[in-house]
Design a protein. Structure first.
Length: 592
């Protein structure tokens, strides 16, 4: 261990001399309180340290001691249902020690050392195991079976294995490695947060992460193991979109990182998630959620660590063979922390003061997502999907963080201030958003939803694009100048926007829409467009078409319960056809 003394304090940056034996990214204890910091630059014997706690009161001459180890997270039973700060200190544990006003220098282990877990082995003495192999399981919550794996770099023959109640740091098995040495295996392992956890093979993302949000699943889907960005101005609903994805995404584990956002938003998560029923299991949503809270009033340097802490925990559950959804809200606040530390290090600034390495740091984060074959002999497949919110100042997505993110991610859900002002939520702009996964996911939709679904999606997007062009004409010369067919098109697009893309996150039924329901609702709207277009060509009156009673039923279809979908669809489709046939017959009579 290297010991030095502080020579300079500049906000969260501390410079210490006498640190020749320390290494980059070593965790250090700063001052008499032992504040946690991390070395981010070495110049000779001087180490520049970003401190993850408030540095008020520190001064030159105070001691600095290196732990000789990089910033790491503890991985094992006890992660799920827990809430951590940016450097994986459990907030509940800190409250027990210091009360609601958490003081500096508190050291609390991330995983409870006293709680006993029931370990059930899945290997026997004499079995050969490799890194990543599952040696046993722990029922962590009602819905999460925690798989205890052989740590990376270890392989050999199991010499002994236990069954029963153990704490995370008790030995549950012994392993004779390839060098003939005996290795004790425990339920807990550590991993440096800045290093990606290894895997055997990366797979092509070819199945969607179903979210229950119509505008996402139908128009701009994200694949399991994909990466997406949600940029938008203040008040456009980024956080509610993130909450909806955390609640309803088709993932076994959710890791939610509140990085630099307001404390009341994390409070909403804490209050809502325990009360929400998971649609997959019927249990509380918290039973499969890990929360990392690093709100705007917490030390700025810890924001940088919180992103890495979250994705390392997510990778750990991915390695068990689970589908994991990671929400980072927001990466802009993380980038601001990078900018502040870069400025204090007196580095040459890039665009808008952000460091020149902003793009590469963002890429390092998002590249850790993916659908992979994990280490181990059983070839488990796990997926880690990363969804990052971006908060560009004034909603200007030409700023560096948004642009750097867009160069990396394959799904762009652009939130619009004008849609939010019109109370259209989710306020995802269908003309600016895109998904580069659509072609890869077409086959899945054809096999699991309906062969017609990708065609309906393409037609709906084309109609919305044509609507934008027609609206420009309407603004110039008025709607009466349009042909009847174009007026039918505008009417159908209004239904797509208001009945399909608009979704109420706080309505008990509309908050989540199954793929079957999405397909049937979209089919009803497109069928109306086809039948109505044909009807006006055959002389039906447009004024009667746009006031058909069945259109109200199509609009209310999204509020129908899941069990009644098929019967309601057949009923509405039959009424739609008969209503328009009657109008066509009426028009033909007038012509005669």
């Amino acid at each position: 261990m290297s010991q030095g003394k502080i020579v300079k304090v500049s906000g969260p940056l501390v410079v210490a001399s006498g640190m020749e034996e320390a290494n980059m990214y070593d965790v250090v204890r700063v001052g008499d309180l032992g504040l946690i910091g991390e070395i981010i630059e070495m110049r000779g014997g001087n180490a520049s340290i970003q401190v993850y706690e408030e540095t008020a009161g520190l001064g030159p001459g105070a001691p600095v001691e290196s732990t000789g180890a990089p910033l790491s997270v503890e991985l094992g039973p006890g992660l799920v249902e827990n809430m951590y700060d940016g450097i994986q200190r459990p907030l509940e544990g800190m409250v027990e020690i210091a009360g609601p006003n958490i003081t500096r220098g508190i050291q609390v282990p991330a995983l409870n050392r006293e709680k006993k877990w029931h370990f059930v082995p899945s290997v026997s003495e004499g079995d050969r195991v490799e890194a990543g192999d599952v040696i046993g399981t722990v029922q962590e919550t009602v819905v999460v079976l925690h798989k205890i794996m052989v740590p990376y770099g270890k392989s050999g023959v199991i010499m002994s294995v236990e069954n029963g109640e153990f704490t995370v740091d008790e030995t549950i098995a012994t392993l004779k490695d390839d060098n003939g040495e005996i290795v004790e295996l425990k339920m807990m392992q550590k991993w440096p947060v800045r290093i990606e956890r290894p895997y055997a093979e990366k797979l092509v993302p070819d199945m969607p992460l179903i979210t229950g949000q119509r505008v996402i699943d139908t128009m701009f889907p994200i694949a399991k193991g994909g990466v997406a960005a949600v940029p938008g101005p203040f008040g456009s609903g980024k956080t509610v979109v993130q909450h909806q994805l955390a609640k309803w995404a088709d993932a076994d584990i959710v890791v939610y990182i509140g990085c630099g956002e307001r404390g009341n938003e994390m409070t909403d998560v804490l209050m809502e998630f325990p009360e929400l029923n998971d649609p997959r299991t019927g249990e509380s949503l918290m039973k499969r959620t890990v929360l990392i809270a690093n709100t705007s009033d917490m030390p700025v340097a810890a924001r940088e660590a919180s992103i890495y802490t979250g994705i390392t925990i997510a990778e750990y559950f991915r390695d068990m063979g689970y589908s994991v959804a990671l929400m980072a809200d927001s990466t802009s606040r993380w980038a601001e922390a990078l900018r502040e530390m870069s400025g204090r290090l007196e580095e040459m600034p890039g665009e808008e003061g952000y460091p020149a390495y902003l793009g590469s740091r963002l890429a390092q984060f998002y590249e850790r997502a993916g659908r992979v074959v994990v280490l181990g002999q059983d070839k488990r497949v796990g997926a880690l999907s990363a969804i990052g919110a971006v908060s560009p100042p004034g909603g200007d997505i030409s700023e560096p963080v948004s642009q750097a993110t867009l160069r990396i991610v394959k799904v762009f859900w652009c939130l619009s201030a004008s849609l939010a002002h019109e109370r259209h939520f989710p306020a995802i702009d269908w003309l600016q958003s895109y998904s580069l996964y659509v072609d890869r996911l077409t086959r899945w939709y054809e096999e699991n939803v309906d062969k017609e679904f990708p065609v309906l999606r393409s037609r709906a997007i084309r109609l919305l694009q044509e609507e934008a062009e027609l609206n420009e004409i309407v603004q110039l010369v008025g709607v009466d100048a349009l042909s009847l067919e174009d007026r039918v098109k505008l009417d159908a697009c209004k239904s797509i926007r208001e009945d399909y893309l608009h979704q109420n996150a706080f309505h008990e039924i509309d908050t989540y829409t199954s793929m079957n329901k999405q397909y049937k609702l979209l089919k009803l709207i497109v069928n109306y467009f086809d039948l109505a277009t044909d009807a006006v060509r055959r002389g039906a009156q447009f004024s009667k078409l746009e006031t058909l009673d069945v259109k109200e039923r199509i609009g209310r279809f999204k509020y129908i319960e899941e069990k009644a979908i098929d019967a309601s669809y057949d009923d509405i489709a039959a009424e739609l056809e008969s209503s328009i046939k009657a109008l066509v017959a009426e028009g033909e009579e007038i012509d005669d």
